[in-house]
Design a protein around this ligand. Sequence first.
Ligand code: M6R
Length: 598
Amino acid sequence: MCGIVGYIGREGQEDARDVLVGGLENLEYRGYDSAGLALSNGDLTVVKREGEVTELVSALEENNPGAAPVGIGHTRWSTHGEPSDANAHPHTDCSDDVAVVHNGIIENYEQLKAELRADGHQFESETDTEVVPHLIEAALKRGADRESAFRSAVDRLEGSYAIAAVFEDADDVFAARQDSPLVIGVDEGGYYLASDVPAFIDHTDQVLYLEDGEFARLTPETVGISDADGRPIEKSLATVEWDAEDAGKSGYDHYMLKEIHEQPRALRKCLRGRVDGIERTVDLDLELDDVGGVHLVACGTSYHAALYGAQTLRSQGIPAQTFVASEYTRSSLAGQSPLVIGVTQSGETADTLGALRTARAAGARTLAVTNTVGSTAARECDQALYVRAGPEIGVAATKTFASQQIALHAFALWLGEGMVDSDQIDALRTLPDHVQSVLDDSNARNVAREYVDASAFFFIGRGYNHPVALEGALKLKEISYEHAEGFAAGELKHGPLALMEDDAPVIAVVTGDDERARKTVSNVKEVQARGAPVIAVTDGRSDVEQYANHVLTVPETEPVLAAVLANIQLQLFAYWIAAELGRPIDKPRHLAKSVTVE
Ligand code: M6R
């Protein structure tokens, strides 16, 4: 997904070029296909390249623009026009006096482009963004100053945007946001601008979040923030609670593996101060009365967490339904006034934000369950429940999924309002240790080696293990590029059984020894009878091991938490398959960490 970075140094401070390149490297995890930057030092130099930031760095060495105190940079993930040097950001006006970077989509760009062309403007890219510098140029020609020209251009835009602009011969950066995040970093050396905090976390943890409809002007001495009418807005600095070390790989080969291993700590943080072992209560800092029903809206991995959350809510007697966010419409709310929960680690997923806005427009109360303080979901919803997983850099969601599961489970117990069964409380409090023991003892790496050449992978589970089966398949497919599908175990015989082959393992998640576990064991026998190898993920309470070629074990615990443990084994299995295949695990092809288009 596109990323923005900007910098303006106080006198004698760092060269913007180094800060911007570092910022773009820090944003690489978001996924991108081209990168560029604009430096202003009296002259305006724009250098941009299709491909990785390293290509851009080589191009900068060839061009040698010289030291510059001011600049903006961008990593692009194509939406309008193919990945190419011409389509890469920044984009400039006809006379190369202003350079612009943009995240989001300008919906009325064709109309604006036609208008500008009719006035003689020449376009060099297929992007929607390029209309912005030309609109600014047109306003400057009409006599506007830089700030008014920037504002009047932004006023013409329909759609979503985070925009930054720099001018030739001027030491300021202009920015505006609408439905796409922008944050300003502040330190003694200067001011930073970015779509995500990791871009500048090496420099500062002091930030100002821009809201929709706000404008900012960064100069070497100050940051001025104002509303759409130009009225100044006072903001207080917020402190980001993680540092550059947190965002590093800490010796692991990939962020994903590091983040899988961070899960005990993430879960401890998620539970801290929320579960009282003596009073046997769950206390969340939320105010919600009379919740008659819940809708959960989410995408991808977060959707799987939402499916799990809906089951835990129903187990507390609270009606709960889960919706793929992009399928959520006003009619989904017909005749109901549910609490609508957006489950989104980034808090910026356009489909989920769209569903939440639909809910708000219909008068529903909304709650964001998110990992990102200050994210759009957190700010737009009535309340937010933070999952506290810490920064997650790998595109594949791992620790945020486990933290979402537990935050939603805690939410269900809290909404259930009674004293919680002491077994449940004990199991929650020992969960991080159980996760640690799965990580310490897992043989997923060895099992993965056996199946690296498999033609496909099928995952099955029932109850709480159904979303885990779906998540196991998603994780494997996104990082290994192997075909993987997840099913409710009972659905196997209604079609997928036709796919069983001796080189396509079935990964069966079977925990507990209840009716559901017994039925899943029957499904495993059906699979085995058709020649498919079976990998059982089990706590050993059923007899599934007898029918399995390989076993991945988890400690015994409450059924709702066994599903969390089973998922850790599936994460490791996916990771080791992808590692054996030599895939770029942290940045899978075609995917992005934060999907801010619908
Ligand atoms: O930031 P979100 O949780 O809203 O993201 C939703 C999905 O885009 C995300 O979970 C995606 O499926 C991940 N790549 C899964 O690993």
